[in-house]
Ligand binder design. Structure first.
Ligand code: NAD
Ligand code: GLY
Length: 367
């Protein structure tokens, strides 16, 4: 097991990463001093992991409330959030009772927001069970729900007390979901870690084959990068925005296609190719770099061509991005592999070119 720390002064917390951690009561018990917890999960994850978690905690005298939500991005909304509050109130859950998120990013984001708001804030624990949640969403305290008009538009920054990433839970994860997690892993290499990008180029097949050592390395390295960024800029006043590489385009894809049609990681993959293309049009990276980035996503069997929503629809959806300031869109772009920057005044004609080329026919850069 490896343990990292997200350094946020009195709100610092550990991320434990390893195989079989769900069986280690000692990692959770220090965070359950009142011997009560509410576990929030979904209809897919509950039959896989809820019973063993409950049995382990009950063996140590911890009383558990289980809240089982419908599964899917399309349920990451105010109505489903209401089901968490309903269950907590029905069970008279108190302020010192932690909420434990057991599942992927959808469960983690919704449970975190419920924890931030129920009784004005209760303790929160993350047990991520998807690769995407283990490398990204469980760390850093972004919580929230979708709105019909825009992704993750309602939410709060609310840090967990501990993150327990059990790599063994990935054994049951469908391949498509594993690949979606790899998209966020590639992101860290692209924005700030060229050696990690190169490691991914050398080890992609091992990751796709779920090699435990490769997964442990990739998850730990991703969390190290994320912990550093969040520790320096918790509320996204600066550097943290870089973690949104590909997300302005990706969120437009997710919202435009209807939540759940494209996985978050799939939208990030196609969106990152669009960000790379736009960076090339600005003269920041070479066509060879764009091709190199595209190849790595292709090897991860992720989509590299965005769906044809139409340029105007993309522009309208991207205008609702959380990075918009004073009505102006801002993009995370690449000034080299391993070096992302936020750019505010992107010429509209270049943006339109990217939207037309990447969406309609796919792109190839060989120059
Ligand atoms: P998800 O939560 O929908 O999980 C993917 C699927 O895998 C679901 O069907 C789920 O039930 C299933 N599943 C989960 N664990 C499993 C396991 N061990 N075995 C088998 N099936 C399992 O999707 P995700 O990719 O984990 O998360 C995507 C969400 O995370 C999006 O809503 C996105 O906006 C959010 N996100 C948040 C942050 C953040 O910083 N808070 C960062 C990135 C993404
Ligand atoms: N996933 C982006 C962030 O946590 O800031």
């Amino acid at each position: 097991m490896q343990t990292l720390t997200v350094g946020l002064a009195e709100r610092s917390y550990p991320i434990h990463i390893g195989s079989g951690l769900l069986g280690h009561a000692d990692l959770l018990l220090p965070h359950l001093p009142h011997k009560r917890a509410a576990v929030v999960t979904n209809t897919t994850v509950a039959p896989l992991y809820l019973e063993s978690l409950r049995a382990m905690l009950q063996n140590h005298g911890v009383e558990i409330i289980s809240i089982i939500l419908p599964d899917g991005e399309e349920f990451k909304n105010a109505q489903t959030l209401g089901l968490i509050y309903d269950a907590l109130l029905t069970h008279r859950s108190e302020r010192n009772t932690p909420l434990i998120a057991l599942g992927g990013g959808v469960i983690g984001d919704m449970t975190g927001y419920a924890a931030a708001t129920y009784l004005r804030g209760v303790p929160f624990i993350q047990i991520p069970t998807t690769l995407l949640a283990q490398v990204d969403s469980s760390v850093g305290g972004k919580t929230g729900i979708n709105h019909p008009l825009g992704k993750n538009m309602i939410g709060a920054f609310y840090q967990p007390q501990v993150v327990l990433a059990d790599i063994a839970t990935l054994n049951t994860l469908p391949d498509k979901e594993l690949r979606a997690g790899i998209a966020e892993i590639i992101k860290y290499g692209l924005i700030r870690d060229l050696p990690f990008f190169q490691w991914l180029e050398q080890n992609m097949e091992k990751l796709l084959g779920r090699d435990t050592e490769a997964l442990q390395y990739a998850i730990t390295h991703s969390c190290l990068n994320k912990a550093e960024v969040v520790g320096a800029d918790e509320r996204e006043c600066g550097e943290r925005a870089l973690l949104n590489l590909g997300h302005t385009f990706g969120h437009a894809i997710e919202t435009g296609m209807g939540y759940g049609a494209w996985l978050h990681g799939e939208g990030v993959a196609a969106g990152t190719i669009m960000a790379a293309d736009l960076s090339h049009r600005l003269g920041w990276i070479s066509g060879k770099d764009v091709a190199r980035i595209r190849l790595l996503f292709e090897r991860a069997e992720l989509p590299v061509v965005a769906p044809g929503l139409g340029t105007e629809k993309y522009l309208q959806l991207m205008g609702l991005d959380k990075k918009v300031v004073g009505g102006k869109m801002r993009f995370v772009l690449l000034n080299g592999i391993g070096n992302a920057v936020v750019k505010g005044d992107v010429p509209e004609d270049l943006l339109r070119q990217t939207l037309e080329v990447c969406v309609n026919q796919g792109i190839k850069h060989n120059d």
